[in-house]
Design a protein around this ligand. Structure first.
Ligand code: AR6
Length: 178
């Protein structure tokens, strides 16, 4: 599913984000920025050990923030390491922190001249954020940002499995008519 937002496009696709040939991919990291499971592990595996070496120089990252590195062996020029919240009950600031992780990632893309960006569904795996709630927040945040920042030409939101893609397609249709 592909929609136009101003002069930019937002596309929902199913796949493995490590294979994206794009200016920057976003990683769903943790505060240490030193790797972990899920998409983080896949990105480090595909990028090679130089990525971890650069991450060690960054001094971690607070939840809701993001930091940028090179992409090394990936087809992506940069990796933006975003730290989403661990979901507890939704009453511990999780929505604001998740929105902040997306917004900060897109700001870093703008500042580093990345016109095309691929993002995963941050916090919806190991961090346990309910998929539909996360999808609504993520898509609203991305649409708001891209509407005001025409330097971002293409956003690819990469969902790992068919169910996640279905949920995001349904939520995007709702968000677009709000
Ligand atoms: N491409 C795209 N999406 C993927 C891929 C992939 N290759 N692999 C998994 N996903 P998760 P989190 C999806 O758990 O919840 C790590 O240990 C997955 O289906 O990777 O933010 C970090 O170091 C899910 O929808 O990240 C942190 O400690 C989404 O990516 C912690 O996990 C996010 O799942 C972060 O947890």
């Amino acid at each position: 599913m592909k929609v136009e937002i101003g002069n930019s496009t937002l596309e929902l696709v199913q796949g493995d984000i490590t294979r994206e040939h794009i200016d920057a991919i976003v990683n769903a990291a943790n505060e240490s920025l030193l790797g972990g499971g899920g998409v983080d592990a896949a990105i480090h595996r595909a990028a090679g050990p130089e990525l971890l070496a650069e991450c060690r120089t960054l001094g971690g990252c607070e939840t809701g923030g993001a930091k940028i590195t090179r992409g090394y062996r990936l087809k992506a020029r940069h990796v933006i390491h975003a730290v989403g919240p661990v979901y507890r009950d939704g009453k511990h600031g999780e929505p604001a922190l998740l929105a902040s992780a997306y917004r900060t990632s897109l700001e870093l893309a703008s500042q580093n001249h990345c016109a095309s960006v691929a993002l995963p569904a941050i916090s919806t795996g190991i961090f346990g954020y309910p998929l539909e709630d996360a999808a609504r927040l993520a898509l609203r945040t991305i649409i708001d940002y891209v509407s005001e920042h025409s330097e971002i030409k293409a956003v690819r939101y990469v969902l790992y499995d068919a169910r996640a893609l279905q949920v995001h397609e349904r939520v995007l249709e709702q968000v677009l008519v709000e």
